[in-house]
Design a protein around this ligand. Structure first.
Ligand code: ALA
Length: 499
C-alpha cells in the first residue's frame, strides 16, 4: 500500500532533470506555439469534422468545437501550472508520480500510451483517406481490397458493415515509414515542423477565405438537427437523441468526437526542458495555440456546413470534398495535398511521444529497462519501443475502423486530463509553498470545471469505449501487479529502508 502511494518528490524530479543529458534551451514563445499548433491541427479537423457534422451534430458542430475548446482551456491551465513547476519531460505521467503516487502514475502512463498509439492509428487512417483522394486526382486508385479496414461502423444503423477490403494498406505503409524515420532519428526538427505548420495553417486559412464566398445560409437551417445534448450513462440514454444502437447524437456528442482535433496541445509541456523561459513561455504557448486552433476550427466548420448541406458531407475527406461539391476541384487538390502533409506531422509527434512515455516508465523501473529504455547505439533513439509502438499502430490502422479508434483515443485522453486537473488540486494541498511561476487562476473552480467538462464529454461517447478503456487499464493492472510493483525503483528503496 505504501508503495502504491509512494510519490516522487519535486526535488527528485528537478534533480533528475539536472542530472540527465541537458537539452538545449532554445525555444521561445513563438516556436513553442508553433509546436503546439503543429501537434494539434490534423486528422481531427480534416477528417473527423465531416463525419461528425454529417451524422452526429449537424451545423451545431460549430458550438461543439467551441465547447470542446473551452474544456481544453481549463485542462490546459492545469497543464501549464504543472509544466511551470516541474519543467521536465514525461508530461502527465510525471505529474501524477509527484502528486498521486506510483499506482496512479502507472495508470496514467499506461493511458498515455493508449492516447498516443491509438491516436497515431486514427491519424494514419485519416491520412489514408486524404492520400487516396489526392491520388484519385491524378487517376491512381488503390484497389478495393486495400482501401480501408475490413469493417466500418455505420452511425445511422449502429452496425459494423463489411467493406469488401481486407486491410487499409496506405495507413499501414505510412505507419511503417514514420516508424523507420523515428528509429533512424530524423527527429522532427524545428524547421520541418515550422514548414508543416505554415502549410497546414495556410490550408486552413485558404478553406476559410475561399469557402466563405460559397456559404449558403439555408444550409445552416436546421442548425441543430440532432439536438443540443447527446448524453448517455454507460449506454443508457440520459438526454437527447440516439442512433438505432442507442449511441448519443447531438451537439454534446459531437463535442466528444471532435475533441480529438484538440489533442496534442499537451505535448508542449513535454518540451518544457527545451524552453528558454519555461515558466513564462510554456503556459503562454499552451493557451495561445489552443485559442488559435479554436478560432480556426469554428470558422472551418461554419464554412463547411454553409457550403454543403450537412447530410452530403464526406466521411473520409470532409474538408477537401466540400470544395469538390462546390465545383472547385482545383481547391480540393490543394487542400487534400496540404492535408496529407499536415496529418503526417501529427502522426510523427504522436509516434514520437508513445515510446518517450515508455522510456520514462522504464527509467523508474516500472517496465523492463532492457527493452523499453534501450537506446540504439548508432541512432541514439529508443528503437525497440519505437518499433513495438509502430507494430501496434500498423495492426490497429490496418484493421480497425477509424471511428472506433478515434473514440478510444478521446476517452483515454479525457481521462488523462481529469487526472492532471485533479493533480493540481492535490498539489495545492500537499505542496502549498512550492514555487509556481504560473498559477492556474481561480483554483479550485477551473480544475473542477476541467474535471466536470472532461467527464461530461466521456459520458457523451458511446458506452463501448468505457469498456474498452477499462479493458486496457485492466491489462495495465495485471502488468503492474506482476512486474512493475516488484521492479519499481521507489519500491526497492522502500524495501531497502524497511529491511
Ligand atoms: N489533434 C490531432 C489531430 O487532429 C490529433 O490529428
Amino acid at each position: 500500500m505504501k508503495q502504491m502511494m509512494a510519490k516522487k518528490s519535486l526535488q527528485t524530479l528537478l534533480a533528475e532533470m539536472d542530472g540527465e543529458n541537458q537539452l538545449r534551451r532554445c525555444l521561445g514563445p513563438v516556436s513553442l506555439t508553433a509546436l503546439g499548433v503543429g501537434a494539434v491541427i490534423g486528422a481531427g479537423i480534416f477528417v473527423a469534422t465531416g463525419a461528425a457534422a454529417k451524422s452526429v451534430a449537424g451545423p451545431a458542430l460549430m458550438v461543439s468545437y467551441s465547447m470542446a475548446g473551452l474544456i481544453c482551456v481549463f485542462a490546459a491551465l492545469c497543464y501549464a501550472e504543472f509544466a511551470s513547476m516541474a519543467p521536465v519531460a514525461g508530461s502527465a505521467y510525471t505529474y501524477a508520480y509527484a502528486t498521486m503516487g506510483e499506482l496512479v502514475a502507472w495508470i496514467i502512463g499506461w493511458d498515455l500510451v493508449l492516447e498516443y498509439a491509438v491516436g497515431a492509428a486514427t491519424v494514419a487512417n485519416g491520412w489514408s483517406g486524404y492520400f487516396q483522394s489526392v491520388m484519385a486526382k491524378i487517376g491512381i486508385h488503390v484497389p478495393t481490397l486495400f482501401k480501408t479496414s475490413p469493417y466500418v461502423y455505420s452511425v445511422e444503423t449502429g452496425e459494423f458493415l463489411r467493406t469488401g477490403a481486407i486491410i487499409n494498406l496506405p495507413a499501414v505503409l505510412i505507419a511503417i515509414i514514420v516508424t523507420i524515420v523515428l528509429v533512424v532519428g530524423i527527429r522532427e526538427s524545428a524547421r520541418f515542423n515550422a514548414t508543416m505548420v505554415i502549410v497546414k495553417v495556410a490550408a486552413v486559412l485558404f478553406v476559410i477565405m475561399v469557402g466563405v464566398f460559397f456559404i449558403r445560409r439555408e444550409n445552416w437551417d436546421p442548425f441543430a438537427p440532432y439536438g443540443w445534448t447527446g448524453l448517455s450513462f454507460f449506454g443508457l440514454p440520459v438526454a437527447g437523441q440516439t442512433n438505432p444502437k442507442g449511441e448519443p447524437l447531438g451537439m454534446l456528442a459531437g463535442a466528444a468526437i471532435i475533441f480529438f482535433a484538440y489533442i496534442g496541445f499537451d505535448s508542449i509541456s513535454t518540451h518544457a526542458e527545451e524552453a528558454k523561459k519555461p515558466q513564462r513561455d510554456v503556459p503562454i504557448a499552451i493557451i495561445t495555440s489552443l485559442l488559435i486552433c479554436t478560432v480556426l476550427y469554428v470558422a472551418v466548420v461554419a464554412v463547411l456546413t454553409g457550403m454543403v448541406p450537412y447530410q452530403n458531407l464526406s466521411k473520409d475527406a470532409g474538408v477537401s470534398d466540400a470544395f469538390r461539391q462546390a465545383g472547385l476541384p482545383w481547391a480540393e487538390a490543394i487542400i487534400a495535398a496540404a492535408g496529407v502533409a499536415g496529418i503526417t506531422s501529427v502522426m510523427l509527434v504522436m509516434m514520437l511521444s508513445a515510446p518517450r512515455v515508455f522510456l520514462a516508465m522504464a527509467r523508474d523501473g516500472l517496465l523492463p529497462t532492457s527493452f523499453f529504455a534501450a537506446v540504439h547505439p548508432k541512432f541514439r533513439t529508443p528503437w525497440k519501443s519505437t518499433i513495438a509502438v509502430g507494430a501496434g499502430v500498423c495492426l490497429m490502422a490496418g484493421f480497425l475502423p477509424i471511428d472506433s479508434l478515434l473514440h478510444l483515443t478521446n476517452i483515454g485522453t479525457l481521462f488523462a486530463f481529469v487526472i492532471v486537473c485533479g493533480s493540481v488540486l492535490v498539489m495545492r494541498k500537499t505542496n502549498p509553498d512550492a514555487n509556481r511561476p504560473f498559477r492556474c487562476p481561480m483554483v479550485p473552480i477551473i480544475p473542477i470545471l476541467g474535471i466536470a467538462g472532461c467527464l461530461l464529454l466521456m459520458l457523451s461517447l458511446p458506452a463501448a469505449n468505457w469498456w474498452r478503456l477499462f479493458a486496457w487499464l485492466g491489462i495495465g493492472m495485471v502488468i503492474y501487479w506482476t512486474y512493475s510493483r516488484h521492479h519499481s525503483k521507489i519500491g526497492k528503496q522502500l524495501r531497502a529502508v524497511k529491511g
